[in-house]
Design a protein around this ligand. Structure first.
Ligand code: SF4
Length: 352
């Protein structure tokens, strides 16, 4: 049993998918997440075991809406999708039709088909990506292989684009997920065969009428590459952990919590939408300046807790040399606040 298996303990290793690979970019500086993911720990079960379950993932309503939208686009050999994509129309191959095929067989057929690409759409393709020494199978919504020399990923999402605008968080999550597929395709076929532009297909306005927009995912690709290489090199971090450390869920919850606290976390509010352990980590970080978000943590380097920040701002505490810059900022902010309070209009009868 290797060190990562021992860290995970008796439970089966959790496999990644495109959503979990995409989530790796959410908090690249967190050692706790890097170790848990590299060891394949099931973070949903771990969070439940220690009493901090999260409501992670899509709601049932969102899942049903997404499935209905995708089924509508793909009906009749993707007739509606092809008319939406316009310039990307062509032939259609459904690799999911052969249900007897193993994952490896479907991946081999995907590879053969894409190497021989001409115009058209490939449905239910199967790609692979190496994540922390583990081969992950990925199933993109579709790959358009099309005019010109490059392949293009098509990502179907059920959030609406209203008057040309969509929820920024949802779009950036879709862009990262599509970037995972682009990376897997590039590893399979070479960088110059796969476009860094992906096509996002969403419902338009308040109907289910689809609309296609193009996203450039170069930034997401470089972040993903960096994060995946960090995961691959997580072995040094793992070696530095105590030999007996284990996240085995057969242990009592208190022992698992003690194991978690042996690995540094870097909680930020963004964790709530990207990591299954966020409810626990938020609880653990309560009262710390980092719980207020990365901009606050970066501005208040050296000031670990909110109580300390308030004491420095009011002058009740003297800063250490490495807190001097943050303390000056805090005192200036306190002065501005005091001035604003002094000139603010007050309800009649209220004393200053
Ligand atoms: S929720 Fe916790 S483990 Fe997950 S990324 Fe945030 S700090 Fe790290």
């Amino acid at each position: 049993m290797n060190r990562l298996d021992r860290l995970r303990g008796t439970g089966p290793g959790k496999r990644h998918n495109a959503r979990t690979v995409a989530a790796l970019t959410g908090n690249p500086g967190c050692s706790r997440r890097a170790v848990l993911d590299a060891a394949g720990v099931d973070k949903v079960r771990l969070a439940e075991h220690i009493g901090f379950p999260g409501s992670f993932g899509q709601s049932r309503f969102a899942l049903a809406r997404g499935n209905a939208f995708e089924a509508m686009l793909k009906a009749d050999d993707c007739a509606l999708l092809r008319s939406t994509l316009g310039a990307y129309v062509g032939g259609y191959e459904d690799l999911g039709a052969d249900e007897d095929g193993t994952l490896s067989a479907r991946h081999a057929r995907t590879r053969a088909l894409l190497l021989d690409a001409s115009e058209g759409l490939v449905d239910h393709p199967l790609l692979t990506l190496e994540v922390a020494g583990q081969t992950v199978f990925l199933e993109p919504d579709l790959i358009a292989y099309q005019t010109g020399a490059q392949l293009q990923v098509v990502e179907i999402k059920s959030f609406a684009i209203i008057d040309g605008q969509a929820d920024g968080t949802a779009v950036s999550a879709a862009a990262v997920q599509a970037a995972v597929y682009v990376l897997a395709l590039r590893q399979l076929l070479g960088d110059d065969r796969v476009s860094h532009e992906v096509v996002l297909v969403c419902p338009e306005n308040f109907s289910l009428q689809p609309v296609a927009v193009v996203l450039d995912v170069r930034k997401q690709l470089s972040t993903l590459r960096r994060q995946l290489s960090r995961l691959a090199s997580v072995s040094a971090l793992v070696e530095s952990l105590p030999e007996a450390l284990s996240f085995d869920l057969a242990q009592p919850p208190a022992a698992v919590v003690a194991a978690l606290s042996a690995v540094d976390a870097r909680y930020a509010p963004e964790c709530l939408s990207s990591c299954e352990l966020s409810v626990y980590c938020r609880h653990e970080a309560a009262g710390s300046t980092s719980a207020l978000g990365r901009p606050v943590r970066d501005a208040l380097g050296g000031v670990a807790t909110i109580d300390e920040a308030l004491a420095l701002a009011s002058g009740a505490a003297s800063p250490t040399p490495d807190q001097a810059e943050a303390a000056a900022l805090l005192r200036a902010a306190q002065r501005l606040r005091d001035e604003a309070v002094a000139v603010a209009p007050r309800p009649r009868g209220e004393a200053l």
